[in-house]
Design a binder for this molecule. Structure first.
Ligand code: SF4
Ligand code: SF4
Length: 137
């Protein structure tokens, strides 16, 4: 019987009981490196993916969102989708907000799968416009 240590795909021995916590290795994100960077942000709010689905939901500030999809990239549960501002949303913006909206082709983030949110907080710290917050539903 072989006494060689069990090896990882990278060739190193498996260190039992020393796996990195799952909150540092989000699974399911469209852009894993970006998600890992967000996971290291000490300001990340929420419950590190330990919340039951839908106990928290992300809320998008339409006046701040520029539709650049960082949230889409990092969310491990595909909560976000980029869409177009409605006429009503557009009209509700300030003069400056409308100018920004036109500049960004009226794109904004939607949350069609908000009920799947596990409060990992990655979207909040990844958003470059501070347009997202998590609230308890
Ligand atoms: S919420 Fe933030 S990250 Fe998501 S599309 Fe809007 S600006 Fe980009
Ligand atoms: S906090 Fe919720 S919506 Fe935001 S990235 Fe995590 S699971 Fe997705």
């Amino acid at each position: 019987m072989s006494t060689d240590p069990e090896l990882t795909p990278g060739g190193g021995p498996i260190q039992r009981g020393t796996e990195a916590p799952s909150d540092e290795l989000p699974v399911g994100s469209r852009n894993a490196p970006k998600a890992r960077r967000a996971a290291r942000d000490p300001k990340r709010p929420g419950e590190r993916c330990r919340a039951a689905p839908g106990h928290w939901i992300p809320v998008v500030d339409r006046a701040q969102c520029e539709g650049k999809a960082e949230c889409v990239d990092v969310c491990p549960y595909a909560v976000f989708q980029i869409g177009t501002l409605t006429d009503e949303e557009y009209r509700s913006l300030s003069y400056l907000g409308r100018a920004r909206a036109r500049h960004h082709q009226f794109q904004t983030s939607r949350t069609p799968r908000a009920a799947e949110c596990r409060a990992c907080g990655l979207c909040v710290v990844a958003c470059p416009e501070d347009a997202l917050k998590l609230i308890r539903s």
